[in-house]
Design a protein around this ligand. Structure first.
Ligand SMILES: Nc1ncnc2c1ncn2[C@@H]1O[C@H](COP(=O)(O)OP(=O)(O)OP(=O)(O)O)[C@@H](O)[C@H]1O
Length: 405
């Protein structure tokens, strides 16, 4: 029946109460159905929606784990919250909170769990003591000097030195000792974004840090992100750097803000001077000397089954120019020799048994265990490392000549 076929009185008569309620009900159901259908279609078209939801959940879990509850976060802050590290367990969960597919992909398989405290760092007592006085104490004892503008943690700290010498470990242990929350910010999180998104994320870094303070924003390889400005910089990059600095300066407006930016770099000469000015507290984490190398070796090998004839001093003396990370690699190699020996012995035993066609004999308990690491293992590991170092030094000019594209 068409509208014009209805009698005029039927159209003019006022609606009864039940009719109005019925109509409102139908309108509500129709509105809700339309809303959810459109949402469903948009979600189905958005390739990142599943990740967004997972990310949101993970960010919430992460916030709960570090003891922050009831704080409302924006989408961008959620993204940054995924880089939070629990200072007490020092567990970092790099999770997929990124709202952007390409960046999310990079984090997808990157679940890492780290536990770093001062006890895991050897040979850097002087740096640790200095950090204790200048950075950690102001965070730990903030209740004592709440009104003092002088006794505040520095707003910027720079750790610099060659690769593999413990800068990242120091940063994480500092956060743990000071009880700060720790945002482990990778430059790519901010720089790979579409135009405009970088700025929103940069703002989110600081707003999140303030919401969850006390907080350390850690930027590894800071020179890749805040390098010397040049006229060749992309407009978006230049704007993002300027915004980063202005937000950083903004931390100074309140004496009660407990947020610190900590950067680490192997190339301080490449860091923008304006950034260096904002990090007046610097710590040089250099290559370890003989005594420090011996301490690092002792720490790395602690808990391992070592032969009584081990002489770590000899190894420390023979590893001039090695970083802590090199020493760990050397020890790993040395420890592997005994595994290889064990496997070989096992294979020989099986072959011998097959040849004799005899039943498996009961083996003495000692044969079930790995033999201790010996001095010879360490010396073999050292030789191997020297060879590979020589090869990389030889390869470097060749590699640098190869065009990257
Ligand atoms: N002083 C140290 N004590 C114990 N282990 C160390 C020390 N220095 C380095 N290491 C070992 O080397 C590894 C790398 O250290 P870390 O990542 O902190 O170095 P880094 O200076 O930040 O390097 P990069 O500049 O390449 O990021 C550590 O996981 C640790 O095993």
């Amino acid at each position: 029946m068409l509208l014009k076929d209805l009698p005029r009185e039927a159209l003019m008569r006022p609606l009864s109460r039940n009719e109005v309620v019925g109509m409102l009900f139908r309108l509500t159901v129709f509105g809700a159905a339309t809303y959810y259908s459109i949402k469903w279609v948009l979600d189905a078209m958005d390739p990142t929606s599943k990740q967004k939801n997972q990310a949101k959940k993970r960010a919430e879990q992460q916030m709960k784990r570090i003891g922050v509850e009831g704080v409302r976060l924006t989408e961008y802050e959620m993204n940054i919250a995924s880089h939070l590290v629990d200072p007490q367990t020092m567990k970092v969960t790099v999770v997929v909170v990124s709202l952007f597919f390409n960046v999310a992909q990079r984090f997808i398989n990157n679940f890492t769990f780290l536990q770093v405290s001062w006890r895991d760092i050897a040979g850097l007592d002087e740096v640790i003591n200095e950090l204790q006085d200048t950075v950690i104490l102001p965070f730990q004892k903030r209740h004592l000097m709440a009104n003092s503008k002088l006794f505040q943690p520095p707003k910027g700290v720079l750790l610099f030195g060659p690769p593999g010498c413990g800068k990242t470990m120091i940063a994480k242990a500092t956060a743990r000792a000071s009880g700060c929350r720790f945002i482990n910010l990778q430059a790519s999180t901010l720089t790979d974004m579409w135009y405009g998104e970088s700025q929103k994320l940069t703002a989110a870094v600081f707003s999140l840090a303030v919401k969850i303070q006390p907080c350390i924003i850690f930027i590894d390889e800071i020179e890749s992100f805040l390098r010397n400005r040049s006229s060749m910089d992309h407009e978006a990059t230049a704007m993002m750097k300027a915004q980063f600095m202005s937000l950083w300066d903004g931390l100074d407006t309140s004496s009660t803000t407990q947020v610190m930016v900590m950067g680490a770099t192997n190339r301080p000469q490449d860091v923008d001077p304006a950034i260096l000015r904002r990090m007046p507290t610097t710590f040089h984490i250099g290559l370890p000397n003989t005594r420090q190398r011996e301490e690092i070796l002792r720490l790395i090998l602690a808990g391992e089954n070592l032969s009584n004839a081990i002489n770590l001093k000899e190894i420390a003396e023979k590893t001039e120019g090695y970083s802590g990370s090199d020493l760990r690699e050397l020890c790993r190699d040395a420890a592997m020799y005994r595994v290889r020996d064990y496997v070989r012995k096992e294979q020989m035993r099986q072959i011998a048994q097959q040849l004799q066609d005899c039943q498996e004999e009961e083996r003495p308990v000692d044969e079930e265990r790995l033999r201790p690491v010996t001095q010879l293992d360490l010396l073999f590991g050292l030789d191997k490392m020297k060879e590979s170092k020589k090869a990389t030094t030889f390869m470097l000019p060749i590699i640098s000549e190869v065009a990257l594209d």
